[in-house]
Ligand binder design. Structure first.
Ligand code: PLP
Length: 454
């Protein structure tokens, strides 16, 4: 690392999230300098196709001028205001109207926060407030799933049932419990059909609810398709069966659409693709194409009414962020949603998605590819040590990390979730750019196969 370069100053001063700091001290970071469509360019002039849209979020790529202009115009007009105490800024109202129009009909009001974690924390407080308002304060437990990713704040991290988020932090907190993930390839038993697998998951959920006491279980939170847990596409029969159980015990459904939202799965929401009818929906990431931090929590009318009616009894809903409903972020999000509509982003994903899905499935024959999965413009390839037994690689070998480094050296940035390689490119990607992504994948896979065979 050159002295006094940006990389060396980063080593001196910057503590990165989710990063091995000692490794960063040795090697220094890649400094990303600018963006161009689906590409980012580092300070040495190297171009990378961003095959994960940053962190599953820059739906419109890295250089959408209209979003820049929306931010600049709003910044000049009113750079900040809040929404406390019956005040708000005008782009926030426009955005609220637009989001309620776009989301499923049963969701009638929207609350704004700044990140996916905050949105999910907010959803939990909404559920608790709702049940308090209905005089059933004991109905508090929230069920999330193994492999679910819902954020890293204390409550959201409790929902995120991943050891790398919870270990060492005394998590999960009280009242947050977990059930199984609908990953047929990994979790189905020998000879079990998909139908029998989803029956078993629904039964496991019902048994959990019964053992906890149905009167103590308030809500179930799930990503329609689990993203960071490995791009787990649920079997078609999964959500209908899960929702039948929830309905039976009067348990709310929270759909975490932070990754799935706005076209990613080939429908406007993952809930449309997989048939969820949520009482609460959380949105972030592609809501603003990540050009500004903003998230949203949509609630159904019964939840809104309980929150509104009971303010005399409980006090007004005790929750709100200084930067929530930020006018600049709202203006950027509003412009983002307009662009999604004008450019028919859902149709675009449906048109180019098969190129990515079919292209990745061509690697199914590799001796180290266990499963290729995905839908729309989100996909993953799980690398395994033994195809027949599905045995994973020894994590010490860090095969996924090797693959990601190899692809990056070839100009394509993927994200490895352990040994699962995820792709979730900006939704504006063309078929020609998907071919470049696939070429990078093929080259990195060949290199990884050779490395593993050594
Ligand atoms: N929910 C889902 C489905 C996510 O994928 C993420 C982040 O990746 C979050 C919530 C947390 O969002 P944030 O990182 O903005 O707090």
């Amino acid at each position: 690392v050159r002295s006094n370069s940006a990389a060396s100053r980063d080593i001196a001063y910057h503590l990165h999230p989710y990063t091995n700091a000692r490794k960063n001290e040795d090697e220094g970071p890649v400094i990303i300098d600018r963006g161009e469509g689906v590409y980012v360019i580092d300070d040495q002039g190297n171009r990378y196709l961003e095959a994960l849209a940053g962190l599953w979020c820059t739906g419109l790529g890295f250089s959408e001028e209209r979003l820049v202009k929306a931010a600049v115009d709003q910044m000049a007009k009113l750079p900040y205001y809040h929404s406390f105490a019956q005040k708000t800024a005008s782009p926030v109202v426009d955005l609220a109207e637009k989001i309620v129009e776009m989301t499923p009909a049963q969701l009638t009001k929207v609350f704004f926060a700044n990140s996916g974690s905050e949105a999910n924390d907010t959803a939990i407080k909404m559920v608790w407030y709702y049940n308090n308002a209905l005089d059933r304060p004991e109905k508090k437990k929230i069920i999330s799933r193994i492999k679910g990713y819902h954020g890293v704040t204390i409550a959201a991290a409790s929902l995120t049932a991943m050891p790398y988020v919870q270990a060492g932090f005394d998590l999960p907190i009280k009242n947050i419990i977990h059930t199984g993930a609908p990953h047929y390839y990994r979790f189905a038993q020998e000879g079990e059909s998909e139908e029998a697998f989803t029956d078993r998951l629904a039964q496991e959920l019902e048994e959990l609810i019964q053992s906890e006491g149905p009167d103590t279980v308030a809500a179930f939170i799930g990503e329609p398709l689990q993203g960071a847990g490995g791009v787990i596409v649920p079997p078609e029969s999964y959500w209908p069966k899960i929702q039948a159980v929830l309905k039976k015990y009067d348990i709310l459904l929270i759909a975490d659409e932070v990754i799935c939202g706005f076209g990613r799965t080939g429908q406007m929401f993952g809930s449309d693709t997989f048939g969820l009818k949520p009482d609460i929906m959380t949105l972030a990431k592609q809501l603003s194409s990540a050009y500004a931090p903003i998230s949203a929590v949509l609630v159904s009318d019964p939840i809104y009414q309980a929150v509104a009616d009971n303010s005399a009894k409980l006090g007004s809903f005790g929750h709100g962020y200084t930067y929530g409903a930020h006018p600049v972020a709202a203006a950027v999000a509003l412009e983002t949603l307009k662009i999604y509509e004008e450019r028919k982003i859902v149709e675009q994903v449906q048109a180019v998605g098969p190129r990515l899905q079919d292209g990745l499935r061509r690697f199914e024959d590799s001796p180290i590819v266990g499963e290729v999965r995905g839908i729309g413009l989100i996909a993953a390839v799980e690398l395994v040590a033994d195809k027949a037994s599905k045995a994973p690689f020894d994590p010490i070998g860090k095969v996924g990390a090797y693959f990601a480094a190899s692809a990056q050296a070839k100009g394509v940035i993927f994200r490895n979730l352990g040994d699962t390689i995820a792709a979730c490119p900006p939704m504006i990607i063309t078929e020609a750019e998907i071919d470049i992504l696939l070429d990078g994948f093929a080259a990195a896979l060949a290199e990884t196969e050779a490395w593993v065979a050594e």
